[in-house]
Write a protein that binds this ligand. Structure first.
Ligand code: GUN
Length: 299
């Protein structure tokens, strides 16, 4: 069994990004700049946003953290997003989710200019991804694809079973793993809360991507020997032995499953750090305007 070490791999990606930033600097170019908008006081969201700002510092990006009160109106938030859209200093925008109930996630997502949508949530980017066009791919699916690619895991012709159909992870992973590319070319089964017998599917899987948000859901008896297992879960479970009062638990019952696998991601230290690195990579592309420049016209 080999651990898919997201921490080590993400450090390597961050090093590559930092080198590019140095190159841009030496050529007098514009330093990439990410703006993160946080509405309210949700503990997990604050942690995520603070880490995103720290990551920016680590690779030499600029960053702006906009904190807004939980009672902020939808209109105020939309206006703020518009201001950032119009600010040429800022290359990438993320609005941390979840948002308070009185604010429409769809309206906010669609207000972000697709060229600055480094979260890859705007329908234009989702559509471009589906069609195989250059697009910002949401950070978690992009991070998982990077991990698979960098560990040179064979995916062509394999059976990939995804558990969870969220539009942030399960649905894009379905598209990315089945598309004609490397990694890709899998036959994909997408399981969800209405799938009667998930175990019957996972037992057939060469690759399992668990993204349902239920700690310890995938157990040893559900996995074929030699399978590759990617654990996307990061649920906070109360734990009095930890200083912060909780432990992070994945969707995979690691102790039992790991010995059966060819490769497996740990939690923490697997998909989480890859997600963070993928957001930085998207921000670098935004600064380089690489996806949205018109193709050169043949003369
Ligand atoms: N909340 C949980 N994951 C994410 C993410 O990838 N992006 C944003 N904007 N919010 C999130």
């Amino acid at each position: 069994m080999t651990l898919l070490d997201g921490k080590k791999t993400s450090e390597q990606i961050k090093l590559e990004i930092a080198r590019e930033v140095e190159k841009i600097k030496s050529l007098g170019g514009k330093i990439p700049h990410l703006a993160a908008v946080l509405v309210g006081e949700d503990g997990a969201s604050q942690t995520y946003v603070n880490s995103k700002v720290k990551d920016c510092e680590q690779v030499g990006f600029g960053s702006t953290l906009v904190r807004m009160d939980a009672s902020t109106s939808e209109e105020d938030l939309l206006n703020h997003v518009q201001e950032i859209n119009d600010n040429d200093e800022i290359d990438g925008i993320i609005v941390q989710l979840p948002l308070p109930d009185h604010i429409s996630v769809q309206k906010v997502t669609e207000r972000i200019r697709p060229e600055k949508d480094v979260d890859g949530f705007h329908p234009v980017n989702v559509g471009r991804m589906v069609k195989g066009l250059p697009a910002y791919i949401a950070a978690t699916p992009y991070g998982i694809m990077q991990l698979i690619e960098r560990y040179q895991i064979e995916t062509s012709g394999k059976h990939c079973v995804i558990i969870g159909r969220s539009d942030i992870v399960g649905t894009p992973m379905n598209i990315l793993m089945s598309r004609k590319a490397n990694p890709g070319n899998c036959t994909v089964t997408l399981c969800h809360s209405r799938t009667p017998d998930i175990k019957a599917h996972t037992l057939q899987a060469d690759i399992i991507i668990a993204a349902l948000g239920m700690p310890g859901f995938l157990t040893e008896d559900m996995v074929k020997p030699g399978a590759v297992v990617v654990d996307v879960g990061i649920t906070r479970v109360p734990d009095a032995t930890k200083k912060r009062g909780y432990a992070l638990k994945g969707d995979v019952e690691f102790e039992g499953v790991a010995p059966k696998c060819s490769y497996i991601t740990p939690v923490p230290g697997g998909v989480g750090p890859m997600t963070r690195a993928a957001l930085l990579w998207n921000t670098l592309q935004a600064a380089k305007r690489s996806f949205y420049q018109p193709a050169p016209v043949d003369s």
